[in-house]
Design a protein around this ligand. Structure first.
Ligand SMILES: Cc1cc2nc3c(=O)[nH]c(=O)nc-3n(C[C@H](O)[C@H](O)[C@H](O)COP(=O)(O)O)c2cc1C
Length: 328
């Protein structure tokens, strides 16, 4: 059965799929634009790049599509407010934020009539986000790539958050690699949509170096591990020589801080430098963030083909009415 559209504030995605934001130029307009064109919500990773560059990239995406374009900005960034204001100036449709909890962002969203979508990993934070005015809530479970706020799997965490969110769309994120799982989350668990990132790294349009994509294709289940981040949260990444050294307790710190980018940086290592190395193809020294189920994917596809497959698969398992549908 056809999946319902996803309405967030004044915006409507005809297919209820958000492409997860990926910082340090992993998800740029090159990926977000075709996602929006296919009816999903295309998300530009707004953390770890200068605000002027972000502003230009958002304008590029907005002029290339009439679909929905969002930006993902981590609250942990020192220039969080500057990035938010630069995105609004560029005409961004909505702001997605996580890795910490900003109360002020809701006031900014209200002032500029920009929907705020909050990424959470617990029922209390989900409730708080809804109460403060979030236009949608994303539940991100332990299967996700990048920074993690929980050790709970999606199928355990999601129902607990579903119980407390009644007024705004609730999106499931973490470990979804095909449309059957999307259909399952929407039909059986009552999700209003899904957020997916790792599947989109393995797209033709994703801007990362071929070596980054090849590392994803080569990854086996045991190669995807937990590691530490200077942000102060655990992270999920591929177990390359850099991560092995860090997890073994070796000193991987940078002598001099080149970016001064994170609010409470532990200086364990320079995350911006390491993410940029990976993005540009140095899969030995870089940090390759990855979802837990990347090993299940074996093909690089176009964004249009990913949407075609997800739609077909999800519609084959989605039976309207079986899931919980909040009034939005
Ligand atoms: C390479 C990579 C970079 C990411 N960067 C960010 C980020 O900057 N901000 C954020 O909120 N989430 C980030 N994430 C998390 C995703 O947006 C998404 O919620 C999560 O990975 C979903 O799980 P999946 O990858 O298994 O689909 C990142 C994930 C990956 C794989």
């Amino acid at each position: 059965m056809k999946l319902p559209s996803l309405k967030i504030g004044k915006f409507c995605a005809s297919f209820p799929l958000i492409q997860g934001g990926m910082s340090v130029r992993v998800s740029t307009s090159a990926l977000a634009t075709p996602v929006a064109e296919c009816g999903g919500i295309g998300v530009i990773g707004g953390s770890g790049i200068p605000s002027e560059e972000l502003n230009k990239d958002i304008k590029k995406a907005k002029s290339a599509t009439d679909g929905v374009i969002a930006v993902n900005i981590m609250y942990a960034m020192k220039d969080f407010t500057e990035l938010v204001m630069s995105s609004i100036d560029a005409g961004i449709d909505m702001i997605i934020t996580g890795a910490g909890f900003s109360r002020d962002i809701f006031k900014i969203g209200k002032k500029y009539n920009t929907p705020i979508v909050m990424i959470v990993s617990s029922p209390p934070l989900a409730k708080l986000a809804e109460r403060l005015g979030a236009s949608a809530v994303i539940v991100e479970a332990k299967e996700a790539g990048g920074h993690l706020g929980t050790d709970k799997p999606l199928r355990e965490l999601f129902p607990a958050v579903r119980d407390v969110i009644k007024k705004v769309p609730l999106i499931a994120a973490g470990g979804i690699t095909n449309g059957y799982e999307m259909g399952e989350m929407m039909d059986k668990y009552g999700a209003d949509g899904v957020q997916i990132a790792s599947r989109f790294v393995l797209s033709e349009e994703c801007d990362v170096a071929d070596e980054f994509k090849q590392a994803y294709l080569d990854a086996k289940k045991e190669d995807i591990v937990l590691t530490s981040s200077p942000v102060g949260l655990p992270g999920r990444a591929l177990n390359n020589p850099f991560v092995k050294a860090m997890n073994a307790g070796e000193d991987v710190s940078t002598r001099k801080c080149p970016y001064v980018c994170i609010k409470n940086c532990s200086h364990l290592y320079c995350i911006n430098t390491r993410l940029a190395l990976a993005r540009d193809g140095n899969t030995k020294d870089g940090l390759i963030f990855s979802g837990e189920n990347t090993y299940k994917m074996d093909k690089i596809l176009s964004v249009a083909e990913i949407f075609r497959q997800f739609k077909k698969q999800a519609e084959s398992v989605y039976k309207e009415g079986r899931g919980f549908r909040p009034a939005v």
